[in-house]
Design a protein around this ligand. Structure first.
Ligand code: AMP
Ligand code: GLY
Length: 428
């Protein structure tokens, strides 16, 4: 048994804490800073995710056997380097490797060097050259272009333009300072068409093991309409990832990724997440993230049968070759409930009712943006809850998740009604 610290405060961290709490090898479980929902599964500690030294001090003073990092920000700030220097076990890549998420230029060059299939791209630090390139692309008949600001821009900073006018606007937004420092370096890449899937894999730098496939729902509204969000729902497995496609991804993405981090001496013990577009020309990587996806993790971990604490410890200590992952066959669906107005401004502080009734249906209600006010649970974030359920097939899982959703209410709450509809139509 070991005591574990989870770093983060979203639905993803709640799903990780829930699964860790169920692991026979977990002793005391802490989460920094956690949230109101996580407090039912772990002891919340009032330290922020970027307070790296304070987190390490806590791990030392509480004899923490393993720290698990949820979000990308502390990884890009070097939390793993700080913990390693103090001899602490930590699940998450070192700062230099986290640049695979923190810098889109670095990631693209890595993919090009190690022959990982991805969209063709050009790099720019000058607005005039970038605009000339856009001109040339569309003159040559491109059906679109994607403009990406270089650094972490909290899910923003990517403009998918289906015509020249929007591409020009994207370039001007980046250089105009809309994404801060992230926008002073940009890439412009080929626009890919197809269905997206999330491929997550565990690696300790020597072995790489894919997790169950999943799919996110990035757009706000049904039928993939409306603006991009942090993710409005997810399901696992994703039928678009056929066994044949998974084999191609293992060979062309995961194995080449492993070779690349070895050749570049990038220290990586954690989870690598490839956002993949399944095109007519095969799978292409849109982005790398160096952490678990949110909300995909809610749907993935609820299907994991293996002891998560042991799996994570072995990953963090370079013994992933000893791990064999077992999964429940039942698919899982996560429906995100958001505050009305999200991803723009929204009102906070409304009391949320029906949480207990929702869990009594057998679903898991993961908290992302809630707080306690006068003893009542209220909404305080854009994405508020991730209501997650399994079922004997995907339709059953959808039914179970929405049944739980129907029990929950607060003023102006909002959710998509078509989570996993793509999976269902693919299986028909
Ligand atoms: P990224 O942060 O790079 O994953 O981009 C965010 C979203 O933009 C992705 O999930 C895709 O929906 C879209 N996207 C990114 N790159 C491309 C591309 N080359 N072609 C089409 N869509 C893209
Ligand atoms: N689900 C998208 C992300 O975690 O980045």
């Amino acid at each position: 048994m070991m005591d574990i610290l989870v770093v983060g405060s979203g639905g993803r961290e709640h799903a990780i804490c829930r699964r860790l709490r169920q692991s026979p090898s977990t002793g005391k479980l802490y989460c920094a800073p956690g949230n109101t929902g996580i407090a039912a599964d772990a002891e919340c500690v009032n330290i922020g995710v970027s307070e790296l030294d304070k987190l390490a001090d806590f791990a030392v003073s509480h004899k923490i056997g393993l720290t698990v990092v949820g979000p990308e920000v502390p990884l890009c700030e070097g939390i793993t380097d700080v913990f390693m220097a103090r001899g602490l076990n930590i699940f998450g890549p070192a700062k230099a490797a986290a640049a695979l998420e923190g810098s889109k230029t670095f990631a693209k060059k890595f993919m090009q060097k190690y022959n990982i299939p991805t969209a063709a791209a050009e790099f720019f630090t000058d607005e005039k050259n970038a605009l000339e390139y856009v001109d040339k692309l569309f003159a040559d008949g491109a059906k679109g272009a994607v403009v990406k600001a270089d650094g972490l821009a909290a899910g923003k900073g990517v403009i998918v333009a289906l015509d020249k006018e929007n591409a020009i606007r994207g370039v001007k937004e980046c250089f105009g300072g809309n994404f801060g420092k992230a926008g002073t370096k940009i890439l412009i890449e080929e626009c890919l068409f197809g269905e997206e899937a999330s491929i997550l894999a565990l690696t300790d730098g020597k072995t790489i093991i894919p997790l169950a496939s999943s799919q996110d729902h990035k757009r706000l509204l049904d039928d993939d309409q409306g603006p991009n969000t942090g993710g409005m729902g997810a399901y696992s497995p994703a039928p678009v990832v056929t066994p044949e496609l998974q084999k191609t991804v293992n060979e062309e993405v995961l194995n080449r990724f492993l070779k690349g981090i070895q050749a570049e001496n990038l220290f990586f013990r954690g989870v690598i997440y490839a956002g993949v577009m399944v095109t007519e020309r095969g799978p292409k990587v849109l982005e790398f993230n160096v952490r678990f996806g949110d909300p995909e993790t809610q749907a993935i971990l609820i299907r994991l049968e293996s002891d998560l604490a042991e799996v994570m410890l072995k990953t963090a200590t370079g013994r992933l070759n000893e791990v064999e992952l077992n999964w429940y066959k039942d698919p899982a669906v996560c429906v995100v409930m958001a505050s009305g107005g999200y991803p723009e401004d929204y009102k906070k502080g409304y009391e949320i009712s029906g949480l207990k009734e929702a869990e009594e249906t057998g679903a898991a209600v993961f908290h992302a943006g809630t707080s306690l006010k006068d003893g009542k649970v209220v909404n305080t974030g854009g994405r508020v809850l991730g209501v997650t359920a399994r079922g004997s097939d995907i339709s059953e899982a959808v039914k179970n998740a929405y049944k739980a959703v129907s029990k929950i209410h607060w003023q102006d709450c909002f959710y998509r009604k078509d989570i996993a509809a793509k999976a269902i139509s693919r299986l028909k």
